[in-house]
Design a protein around this ligand. Structure first.
Ligand SMILES: CCCCCCCC/C=C\CCCCCCCC(=O)SCCNC(=O)CCNC(=O)[C@H](O)C(C)(C)COP(=O)(O)OP(=O)(O)OC[C@H]1O[C@@H](n2cnc3c(N)ncnc32)[C@H](O)[C@@H]1OP(=O)(O)O
Length: 224
């Protein structure tokens, strides 16, 4: 375990904020599945903590048990955040990402599907994402749209940072099952114009327009 992680660090070559990493895809997949299963339980914990009605003494006992588990994970840690890595197969992994991070119990997580006409994702948001009662927090909606629109602009072949993101909240977005969609509308030089939306069973709840910028001098892979 320790040797695997230190090999990750030793092999990483910094490339414009992204790390080229020679970890084989098979090994990345295996580690990702392990971290993903931990994050799923962490997510369950967050929901349980919000909604628990057990007595105070039991809450405090659970807190102490959790502190012991945190110490076990802290026994060996990266020096900072997880970053974004990719290998020669163009397998990329960003396990700490706030929206899609496989190891991030705070991330819903969004599973973005890339298609010929853009990207979509189906997600179920629970109590941890509440703003107004029973509704998704507006900042969470913006965060999820920012990500899927950025990933659409990136197309898994170039870096694209959010320049401007405009949201129109048409009506409250209920917690529960939702669909996100995004597509590139046009490109002008390094600017990529992207539209996005969130829908529930009754139709669109949030619309967004974004301008994503490919930073000057960053590499671009051919389309696949
Ligand atoms: C190594 C390859 C790897 C490939 C593998 C990929 C794996 C993919 C993995 C994972 C997918 C990632 C998915 C991410 C999704 C989430 C996205 C986010 O949340 S990003 C964080 C929030 N955003 C920031 O923190 C940006 C902060 N701002 C900046 O860094 C700069 O301001 C930046 C890059 C946005 C622009 O800087 P400049 O120096 O390039 O800009 P100038 O050269 O002055 O302008 C170029 C053109 O863009 C316009 N422009 C510049 N800034 C703009 C803005 N803010 N809004 C609109 N237009 C802007 C300008 O007017 C100009 O247009 P004219 O050519 O004149 O027509």
């Amino acid at each position: 375990m320790t040797s695997r992680r230190s090999s990750l660090d030793a092999s990483a070559a910094h490339a414009g904020g992204f790390f080229l990493d020679d970890t084989p895809t098979e090994e990345v997949d295996r580690r990702e599945a392990v971290l993903e299963s931990l994050a799923g339980t962490v997510r369950d914990l967050v929901d349980a903590a919000i909604r628990t009605t057990v007595e105070d003494e039991e809450v405090l006992r659970v807190r102490d048990d959790l502190a012991a588990l945190v110490a076990r994970l802290r026994a060996s840690q990266l020096p900072g955040p997880a970053g974004v890595r990719f290998n020669a197969d163009r397998r990329s992994w960003n396990w700490g990402n706030a929206v899609v991070g496989a190891a991030n119990g705070i991330a819903p997580p969004l599973r973005v599907v890339h298609g010929p006409d853009g990207c979509h994702a189906d997600v179920r948001l629970g109590a941890a994402y509440e703003g107004p009662p029973g509704l998704v927090h507006g900042g969470v909606s913006a965060m999820l749209l920012d990500h899927i629109m950025g990933e659409t602009a990136s197309g898994r072949r170039r870096t694209a940072f959010t320049g401007t993101l405009t949201m129109r909240y048409r009506r409250g977005t209920p917690l529960g099952p939702l669909r996100l969609e995004a597509r590139v509308v046009r490109e002008e030089g390094r600017k990529i114009f992207v539209d996005g939306s969130i829908s529930d069973a009754g139709g669109v709840t949030v619309e967004a327009e974004g301008i994503f910028i490919q930073p000057a001098g960053t590499p671009e892979f051919p389309r696949t």
